[in-house]
Design a protein. Sequence first.
Length: 81
Amino acid sequence: MSLEEWDLNVQVENPVDFVSLAHHGCDIKKYYEAQDFLNYFDMLNGPTYMNLVRQFCVRAQVYDRKTAQLEMDEKILIDPV
């Protein structure tokens, strides 16, 4: 399957959305605020570099263990160092 970078739509979301949680009756922000963890959640909810995500998705290759082992066995046969 061939993908082009401009064909991809990156969906950006906040992993932890305290406003939405509070709206649905789960106000936990005060607990993390008391432990001084809000900076951590600001980092998690930070900017998403869409160009990097697109480039990674287009260039990524996925192998299963069997295929990877086959490739490694072939390389060893070529150069058994």
